[in-house]
Design a protein around this ligand. Structure first.
Ligand code: NOJ
Length: 511
């Protein structure tokens, strides 16, 4: 009897220890697709080659040469326009299922419109797509990753409602050129960064800095443009090409800074303002903007003397046109923040006399210094925030399938990127926790395949699992430790927290 009790106690202690110790080896579910990503302006270079014309990043970096902190630009970047074969070699070394890249609008349509199709541009993407398929790597093609034709910007860009047709026609050309081979389309990458950062601030092109006005005009046109491309694909191409089409929305997670009602409400509001305004119209059953945006922007606009809300109203036919227009939820996720609202936030925002996106959501946010795991503070390490976000999406939107279209950490260079390795292990494990609880995650994408032009940060912040030597005209790419680790994750379909790669073995011997 005493022996039996002892045995039960041992089992109980072993159970408690197992529960408390983070699992060292995690298995990936069958069918989860793994890949990596880049975007045209960030890697291609060839900015004016073979008939390509100017886009808003060419224009901004040439007219304001120190727009990027290191006064750099994407004129040559990683020169993938010429070195794409090496990029595909890297993807083969890794063993990925897919490669997400974007198409440069002005490389295909130099006048911005379908009246002129640039054959050299078409040839470039044909070669890229065909070579990927030859090695059984699925192309996941982003139709628009921020590089709007400069000419269209001069016509108002995303604030001009005509852009719905301009973008729709561009997308139609892309489907007809490449849709016989491309099965996965991303309409638009990261609407928040386009509208709030590009039109509402000067962080990104076109750097209009018209917060609380231009950004909201952009939101509505962008949602309609995305829906236009979706419907064109759905009606004209899907019946023959039978692919998937979705939007990639960047969602950081905002957590209440305390359990007061004010902070809980503040975090809810910030999540809605940052990404709910794009997610709700597409993925909720009712469509339209979240109520909190309509209410708050409406009230603030009235107080400021506007006759209408600065958030352009969505009419019922537009709500219906946008609702349900994404086959899956394309999710770009990087980090988490705390949000709060109290007397000091009220005092801070009372000084704002002009319209402002921040004053509209009326809360402040911060991150903890201990979340920084490397030299860069661009992406802070908070894997539990990823888990919370995935859980929220599952519960809120009827367990919509999620394709994680970006996730990654910036470093300041070097091949032994232990911080990035830790980040990927932690974030993938958090994703597996959500999957264990029922989240349907169908793909996971490492941002980025290689170091590239990180917008305002130029080449100072490096997201690549391959390092690119920007001093060398041949732009050699060298695998970092994270590339070895990602390769092993793909090969073994497990995350092994103890795996230590032997970086003296060249990656190329594997394929
Ligand atoms: C999101 C964007 O899609 C990409 O262009 C950027 O480089 C990464 N996040 C990192 O900031």
């Amino acid at each position: 009897m005493r022996g039996q009790t002892f045995f039960l106690i041992v089992i109980f202690i072993a159970f408690v220890i197992c529960k408390r110790t983070p699992r060292k080896v995690r298995r990936l579910p069958d069918g989860l697709l793994l890949g990596s990503a880049t975007a045209a302006y960030q890697v291609e270079g060839g900015w004016n080659e073979d008939g390509k014309t100017e886009n808003i990043y060419d224009h901004l970096t040439h007219t304001d040469p120190c727009f990027a902190v290191d006064c750099s630009n994407g004129d040559v970047a990683a020169n993938s326009y010429h070195f794409y074969k090496r990029d595909i070699e890297m993807l083969r070394e890794l063993g990925v299922d897919f490669y997400r890249f974007s198409i440069s609008w002005t490389r295909i349509l130099p006048t911005s419109f379908p009246d002129t199709i640039n054959q050299a541009g078409v040839d470039y993407y044909n070669k890229l797509i065909d070579e990927l398929l030859m090695y059984n790597i699925q192309p996941v093609v982003t139709i628009f990753h921020w590089d709007l034709p400069q000419k269209l910007q001069e016509l108002g860009g995303w604030t001009n409602p005509q852009i719905v047709e301009w973008y729709g026609n561009y997308a139609r050309v892309i489907f007809s050129l490449f849709g016989d081979r491309v099965q996965h389309w991303v309409t638009i990458n990261e609407p928040q960064q386009i509208c709030q950062w590009g039109y509402g601030s000067s962080e990104l092109a076109p750097a209009l800095n018209l917060s609380g006005e231009a950004d909201y005009m952009c939101v509505k046109n962008l949602l309609l443009g995305h829906a236009r491309a979706y419907h064109i694909y759905d009606e004209e191409f899907r019946p023959i090409q039978d692919g998937t089409i979705f939007i990639s929305i960047s969602c950081d997670w905002y957590e209440p800074a305390s359990d007061t009602d004010e902070d809980i409400q503040a975090a809810y509001d910030v999540n809605q303002f940052m990404w709910g305004l794009y997610v709700h119209p597409i993925f909720s059953k009712r469509g339209d903007y979240p109520d909190v945006l309509k209410k708050r922007i409406g009230e603030m606009s009235k107080k400021q003397g506007f006759l209408d809300s600065r958030l352009p109203e969505m009419w019922q036919d537009e709500i219906d046109y946008i609702q349900g227009t994404s086959d899956v939820f394309g999710l770009n996720h990087y980090s988490t923040h705390y949000a709060y609202r109290n007397a000091s936030t009220a005092k801070y925002f009372s000084q704002f006399t002009k319209p402002s996106f921040e004053a509209d959501y009326d809360a402040l946010t911060y991150q903890l210094p201990e979340w920084q795991i490397g030299k860069s503070n661009l992406t802070m390490y908070v894997p539990w925030g990823f888990y919370k976000l995935l859980t929220y999406i599952r519960k809120q939107f009827d367990n919509v399938p999620v394709f994680v279209s970006e996730n990654g950490l910036a470093t300041h260079g070097g091949l032994k990127d232990d911080d990035r390795v830790a980040y990927y292990r932690g974030y993938m494990a958090a994703m597996l926790d959500a999957i264990d609880e029922g989240s349907k995650i169908i793909g996971y994408t490492v941002w980025s395949l290689m170091d590239n032009f990180e917008w305002k940060h130029g080449y100072t912040e490096r997201y690549g699992i391959y390092q690119v030597d920007y001093k060398n005209p041949a732009r050699p790419r060298i695998p970092r430790k994270s590339a070895y680790v990602f390769k092993e994750i793909i090969r073994s379909r497990t995350i092994d927290m103890n795996y230590k790669p032997d970086m003296s073995i060249p990656m190329s011997v594997y394929y």
